[in-house]
Design a protein around this ligand. Structure first.
Ligand SMILES: NC(=O)c1ccc[n+]([C@@H]2O[C@H](COP(=O)([O-])OP(=O)(O)OC[C@H]3O[C@@H](n4cnc5c(N)ncnc54)[C@H](OP(=O)(O)O)[C@@H]3O)[C@@H](O)[C@H]2O)c1
Length: 232
């Protein structure tokens, strides 16, 4: 299978999922550029060798986003606000407006592929998580803009809606994929979410798809590509 040719901008690369996205891009030999709030945190996590692949900024600031996008042929966004911290910007500023801004500027710049890490249950307005600044509804509004912009011919999107995120290495479980936000609950490793996001760059079954994903049984996997058959 051919991999992705080009450079992938990882927004939120210093987050817990973002770190795994960089790891999986490296393992697929795909070039990347990091968009992060803290250069010091990026250097601490990835070492001095990433200094030339780094743009520092916030998803709240268009000029900083534009500077990061100059290096990109595709975007993977793993940004999420700190919903329980009243000192942080609310989900409306990050998960909705920030994601919309990133998608709009990426489209303006002619970037063809946009991959977004969203969440299970974004369509369930009465879900308990929604009491934190309507975070699920805000994520859905971010998703809607990505779908609107990237459904156009010549462009593609993939929106991943993972269940509760947990830590641990990838490729140790089968996956359950579904569409329509029907999965009630479940968990998944960030590393597997990252792997699925990265393979979504180059497998056509992932293009123009919004899907939920949780882990199934423990079992070693050589690839997560076959699980897309569940939603195609
Ligand atoms: N936790 C769960 O169980 C769960 C379940 C489903 C979906 N999700 C979603 O999955 C995604 C990844 O989750 P995670 O656990 O990896 O999150 P995380 O560790 O909190 O990472 C979030 C990233 O967003 C970055 N960020 C926040 N505000 C930003 C801004 N204004 N500009 C630029 N970057 C900003 C953070 O930067 P810093 O590194 O500088 O802090 C961090 O890198 C999030 O969207 C989350 O909402 C989470």
């Amino acid at each position: 299978m051919t991999s992705f040719k080009g450079t992938v901008l990882v927004a939120g690369a210093t987050g817990k999922t973002g770190v795994w996205i960089i790891n999986r891009l490296q393992s697929h030999h795909i070039d990347y550029h990091l968009f992060v709030r803290s250069g010091a945190k990026a250097l601490e996590l990835f070492g001095p060798e990433i200094i030339d692949n780094l743009t520092i900024g916030s998803i709240e600031h268009p000029e900083e986003i534009r500077a990061a996008l100059r290096h990109a042929d595709a975007v993977i966004c793993a940004i999420g606000g700190k919903v329980t911290d009243p000192a942080s910007p609310p989900p409306s500023a990050i998960d909705r407006d920030g994601v919309k801004r990133l998608a709009q500027l990426a489209k303006e710049q002619g970037i063809k592929h946009f991959i977004l890490i969203s969440s299970l249950a974004v369509t369930r307005t009465d879900h308990p998580f929604n009491k934190y600044g309507q975070v699920l509804t805000m994520k859905l509004e971010g998703e809607n803009e990505v779908r609107r912009l990237y459904s156009e011919p010549g462009f593609s999107y993939t929106i991943l809606r993972p269940g509760g995120l947990i830590d641990g290495p990838p490729l140790k479980h089968s996956m359950i994929f579904d569409t329509g936000d029907k999965i009630e609950t479940g968990a998944i490793r960030r590393s597997d979410v990252a792997e699925v996001a990265v393979i979504s760059l180059f497998i056509s079954e992932a293009h123009n798809l919004t899907f939920e994903l949780i882990e199934g049984k423990e079992s070693l996997q050589s690839s997560l590509v076959p699980f897309f058959q569940q939603v195609n």
